[in-house]
Design a binder for this molecule. Structure first.
Ligand code: F6P
Length: 282
């Protein structure tokens, strides 16, 4: 898998350069989830596709920006599912964005996920990697031309931050009263609207809860299982936290019916996830 990690590092540098120097306009197309694509989404997707073409162990790729599965190498062993530039509309307002990669072997579901990587493009470029074998995820930072290892990521049992996604108007009563109870207990609001920096902040600041529930307008949530939810579920579990859906099931046990399926999802320190389970009665 090392060859995939090395390719992702190169893609991250190229995407960071594109973010800082290229046109941000719309591409006059929509992605598989019906969202307007920015030129930067399309460019980032192409950067990754081109680089992965030279990594022989990659059997196929599934991008949030593509409708279907693209086979790269018949004899490859891994499927890489990725969101090339998550939260890309935030580039316009100069907030952090990210890329997310899930590396799957012998299937496209939680049980087949063998490694996750995400990259945050902010004032610094940082990358976290977790594999099934690792005790903890590892944080790297781009310094000069190289990614240098900075730390192992470990969540505390209970944190202080709350990142509540989705439109509040459409939250269920249970969800609203649970989030209210966290704020009443002293949790601080941290929500930029970029999944990668929002989850990254909770990981590095010791803990808390990121939630994207099922809502009246989006009963199955918004975040995609293969590109966003499952990769972060592995990172959170490896960091000593937990990641579940609204039925209390580990996200890593999910099996999407379709490659672009979404799910309600909750990521956090163990204590917040236990509190959420009892509030939801699951
Ligand atoms: O998947 C796209 C995304 O931009 C995520 O990065 C982010 O967590 C979420 O949507 C924000 O959605 P909302 O604005 O509905 O809270």
């Amino acid at each position: 898998m090392q060859s995939i990690f090395e390719a992702i590092k190169e893609c991250a540098k190229a995407i960071d350069t594109a973010i800082k120097s290229e046109d941000l306009g719309f591409a006059k197309s929509a992605n598989a989830s019906g969202e307007d694509q920015l030129k930067l989404d399309v460019k980032s997707d192409l950067i990754i596709e081109e680089r992965f073409k030279s990594v022989g162990v990659i059997k196929d790729i599934i991008s949030e920006e593509k409708e279907g599965i693209l086979e790269l190498h018949k004899d490859g062993i891994y499927s890489v599912c990725y969101d090339p530039l998550d939260g890309s509309s935030l580039v316009d307002v100069n907030l952090s964005v990210g890329s997310i990669f899930g590396i799957y072997k012998d299937g496209l579901d939680g049980k087949s996920l063998v490694a996750s990587v995400y990259v945050v493009y902010g004032p610094r470029v940082e990358m976290s990697i977790a594999t099934l074998e690792d005790a903890r995820p590892t944080l790297f930072r781009l310094m000069g031309d190289d990614f240098k290892k900075i730390a192992s990521i470990e969540l505390q049992t209970k944190g202080k931050l709350c990142a509540p996604g989705g439109t509040q108007q459409y939250w269920s009563h249970i969800h609203k009263s649970f989030i209210d109870s966290l704020f009443a207990e002293g949790y601080r609001l941290r929500y930029s609207g970029g999944m990668v920096p929002d989850l990254h902040q909770i990981l590095l600041k010791g803990g808390g809860l990121f939630s994207y529930p099922g809502t009246d307008d989006k009963p199955k949530g918004k975040l995609r299982q293969l590109f966003e939810v499952l990769p972060f579920a592995l990172i959170y579990e490896k960091a000593g936290g937990a990641a579940i859906n609204d039925k209390g099931e580990r996200l890593l046990t999910l099996k999407p019916d379709h490659i672009h399926d979404t799910t309600p999802c909750f990521f956090g320190s163990k204590s917040e996830i236990e509190a959420l389970k009892s509030a939801y009665g699951v």
